[in-house]
Design a protein around this ligand. Sequence first.
Ligand SMILES: [Mg+2]
Length: 174
Amino acid sequence: MSIISKYLLPSKYAKSIFEITPEELKGRGVKAIITDLDNTLVGWDVKLATDEVVQWFNDMSEAGIKITIVSNNNQTRVSTFATPLKVDYIFDAKKPMGHAFKKACVKMGVTPSETVVIGDQMMTDVLAANSNGFYSIMVVPVKSNDEWKTKVNRMMERKFLAYFKRKGMINWEE
Ligand SMILES: [Mg+2]
């Protein structure tokens, strides 16, 4: 495996978080989820969880799977979203640096190998997960247009996705 794929190729790809089920995770011995917020759980401009997202959190919780939301966004954005869900969160996480993920693991009492990372961005979520020993699940962004600050990362992401496709390393369609 090349150095690029080691760091940037997601372990798995999903159309949305709703394809990720407690049964599947438990079957692989997963005890915890670290998830991105913007464009992973809801569109980046949507303030609160939809009913479907609330249900997804409840299903995970009932299955005994812990969740922490780890976002590069600010405190107001992340706490407004996470507080009604009664879920732990870390804001201003500075992904792709990994310290927020390590902090989340300590708080949940799990190891990286017992945890999956879910996110919509290769250059932040997947890179942070892969370089710190986590299983990474990349989802299609909920909203196709991003905030301006994401545009450069998306340009790079498109280049790497094209590279992985050329190499036959990924077989999904966008
Ligand atoms: Mg995101």
